[in-house]
Design a protein around this ligand. Sequence first.
Ligand SMILES: [Zn+2]
Length: 102
Amino acid sequence: MVDRGNCLTCGLPLDICTCKIIEREARRIKVYMTTRKFGKPVTIIEGIDEKSVKSITSNLKRKLACGGSHKEGHIELQGNHVDRAKQILISLGFDRDLIEAN
Ligand SMILES: [Zn+2]
């Protein structure tokens, strides 16, 4: 997922990008589904670093072709995307072992 040597998360050249370090130090990420009004499913992702949450949210929305929003490191996507969201997070450089998906 790397384009011409620039980080997909922060856009900086990879040799000065600190996203991987930040992510490694980050707490566990939780991905789960819940329901909103009228039983509408939403996928919640918790534990994303605030610095990268905006670009990660737009990445997820584009790849999943769904609506979504973020607030204080907490991403909410419309629909049930737990498995695919986990795969996308891994493709963005998150450690598989730190992602808890139910
Ligand atoms: Zn980066």
